[in-house]
Design a protein around this ligand. Structure first.
Ligand code: FMN
Length: 183
C-alpha cells in the first residue's frame, strides 16, 4: 500500500472479526512498532498478545480487577469480563519505565504511544483493523497488579485487532489551517 495513503486513510475499527493476522504478519507489526522513536534506546515498550483461547485469561484478569475495584458495579464487572471478546486478538500496551538521567517517564510512555500508532498503521497496510481503548481498565496502577507486572510498568491501553467488518467509522473532516500556524 502507498505509504501516504496508509497514513491518511487509516481509521479505527468499529467492529472486528476473524481472521487475525498470522504470526508472520504480526512479526512485521512488531518490527514496525519497535521502530518508534525511543530516546536513548531504552526499549521501554512491551506487548502482551492474547488471541483465541487466551482471550479467556484476559477476561479473567479484567473480571478480577473489576470485582475488586468496582465491586458494587455489576454492569461494569460484566462489561469488563466480556471486553476481550470484542475482537479476535488483543495487545496490551505496556511501558516499563527505566531509570535514566535524561529520559523521564513521560518520554518513555510517548514512545509506547508512537509504537501503538505504528501497530495500527502496519495492520492497516496488511489489510487488518485495530482500535485503541483505555477506560477504567488502563492507565492506573491497580490494573497493572492484575497482570503481575512490577510498579515501574504502566498499561497505556489495549489494541483490539482483527478484520474489520461492517461500515467504516465516519471521520470528521479537518481543516489543516485550524491546527497549524505557519511562521
Ligand atoms: C490513548 C487513547 C485511548 C482511547 N480510548 C478509547 C476508549 O476507551 N474507547 C473508545 O471507544 N475509544 C477510545 N479511543 C479512541 C479510538 O481509539 C479512536 O482513535 C477514535 O475512535 C477515533 O477514530 P480514528 O482513529 O479512526 O480517528 C482512544 C484513543 C486513544 C489515542
Amino acid at each position: 500500500m502507498d505509504a501516504i495513503k496508509n497514513l491518511i486513510n487509516r481509521k479505527s475499527a468499529k467492529k472486528l472479526e476473524l481472521p487475525f493476522p498470522t504470526k508472520e504478519e504480526m512479526n512485521i507489526v512488531y518490527e514496525s512498532a519497535l521502530r518508534a522513536p525511543d530516546h536513548a534506546w531504552l526499549r521501554p515498550t512491551k506487548f502482551l498478545e492474547f488471541k483465541g483461547d487466551s482471550l479467556k485469561k484476559l477476561s479473567k484478569i479484567f473480571e478480577d480487577f473489576a470485582k475488586k475495584h468496582y465491586s458494587d458495579d455489576e454492569l461494569f464487572i460484566e462489561k469488563a469480563r466480556m471486553a476481550p471478546f470484542r475482537a479476535p486478538m488483543v495487545i496490551v500496551l505496556i511501558t516499563e519505565v527505566k531509570n535514566h538521567p535524561k529520559v523521564p517517564a513521560i518520554e518513555q510512555m510517548l514512545s509506547t504511544g508512537a509504537a501503538a500508532q505504528n501497530i495500527l498503521l502496519a495492520l492497516n497496510a496488511q489489510g487488518y483493523g485495530g482500535v485503541w481503548k483505555t477506560g477504567k481498565l488502563a492507565l492506573n496502577d491497580n490494573i497493572t497488579k492484575f497482570f503481575n507486572l512490577g510498579e515501574n510498568h504502566h498499561i497505556l491501553g489495549y489494541l483490539y485487532i482483527g478484520t474489520k467488518t461492517g461500515e467504516d467509522r465516519k471521520v470528521p473532516e479537518i481543516n489543516i489551517e485550524d491546527f497549524v500556524v505557519r511562521h
